[in-house]
Ligand binder design. Structure first.
Ligand SMILES: [Zn+2]
Length: 152
């Protein structure tokens, strides 16, 4: 048996996968080969070291300790206050859009296209009045600026 074959068989033996029929050949080689004897000892030493660092099961309270170490979460009410603040301008914007749509539909149903500019002017006035209190950088104010400037 060559040393390379003996190394492969030693590796199988350390994993408990060495075929019983090949074990006598390996034992015979090891008796006569100091190099493979040293390799076998080194392999067993490495396997023992790996066994020593095997992964252990987490303790029963591991999950609770991890959760306790996390920073406190924002409460649900704090999060909803933030969401409501972001959505506050939307109902008024929706009301204005519905009003504008109603005016446009009414003018279309009358079949009188000459009233459309007047309706648009009225829409602009409604927008300006409804959103005059909005902060300049709010989405509602930006929408109105877009709609009223686009009409010109
Ligand atoms: Zn050998």
């Amino acid at each position: 048996m060559q040393c390379a074959t003996a190394h492969k068989l030693l590796s199988l033996r350390i994993d408990g996968e060495l075929d019983d029929r090949r074990a006598p050949d390996l034992a015979a080689h090891l008796r006569d080969c100091p190099s493979c004897q040293a390799f076998a000892r080194e392999l067993e030493r490495c396997a023992a070291a790996l066994d020593a660092v095997s992964v252990s099961e987490p303790s029963a309270d591991f999950g609770a300790r991890v959760m306790a170490s996390l920073p406190p979460q924002q409460s649900t009410s704090e999060r909803w206050t933030l969401v409501r603040g972001l959505l506050r301008p939307l109902p008024m914007a929706a009301a204005v859009v519905a009003l504008a749509l109603g005016i446009t539909l009414a003018s279309l149903m009358n079949g009188n296209t000459t009233t459309t500019p007047t309706a648009e002017a009225f829409e602009s006035d409604v927008y300006a009045e409804s959103f005059s209190a909005l902060p300049e950088d709010s989405s509602g104010a930006r929408y109105i600026a877009l709609v009223t400037d686009g009409g010109n």
